[in-house]
Design a protein around this ligand. Sequence first.
Ligand SMILES: Cc1cc2nc3c(=O)[nH]c(=O)nc-3n(C[C@H](O)[C@H](O)[C@H](O)COP(=O)(O)O)c2cc1C
Length: 191
Amino acid sequence: MSRFQNVRLEHASRLINHGPTVLVTSAHGGHRNIMAAAWSMPVEFTPPRLAIVIDKRTFTRELIHASGYFGVCIPGAALADLTYAVGSVSGREIDKFARFGIASQAGSLTGVPLLEHGCAAWMECRLIPEPHTEQAYDTCFAEVLSAAADARIFDNGRWSVREDNAELHTLHHLGAGRFATASKTTHARPA
Ligand SMILES: Cc1cc2nc3c(=O)[nH]c(=O)nc-3n(C[C@H](O)[C@H](O)[C@H](O)COP(=O)(O)O)c2cc1C
């Protein structure tokens, strides 16, 4: 049974505000794909928009430009190996879903593959066409159309990082396959 529940769009920016490494999913013309991306950030409030660096040479980028959509899934600590693996080989060579036994469901708005098992959250995104930016840079801009999160770690618009949900703690890439996990919070006192 899915523990995912809808995240209100006004709270979507909080899913990546703390800089987790994400899994970018895409699909077009009978192909599906998934890659790791450490570089993403929220950029606008309403509608929620994000910026994400997706190398122009990736298969992901090709599928996103063809379909106009992509998914952003936020893996938990238990998916560190998988995250590194899908970021180390191109979908031009293999079907990474089959190769790594990745279960996914098609997003109801966009049809992109969405992962829940082992993930803390996902977002369905629409690429914002920016011909000049797309030609010149690896950065893509997108609008978040829908979002959902595992209520054990993100509920009512807030992350709740605890000892009992360690497998869902987000991954933060340090380089060369080493990740820090977001495993402790500090609450600033009001001034
Ligand atoms: C932890 C990790 C983080 C990565 N972050 C990014 C990133 O932010 N942007 C990017 O373009 N590639 C990033 N990569 C590299 C892509 O995931 C990699 O090029 C991938 O093989 C592309 O797959 P594709 O050709 O199937 O789309 C990262 C790789 C790893 C392992």
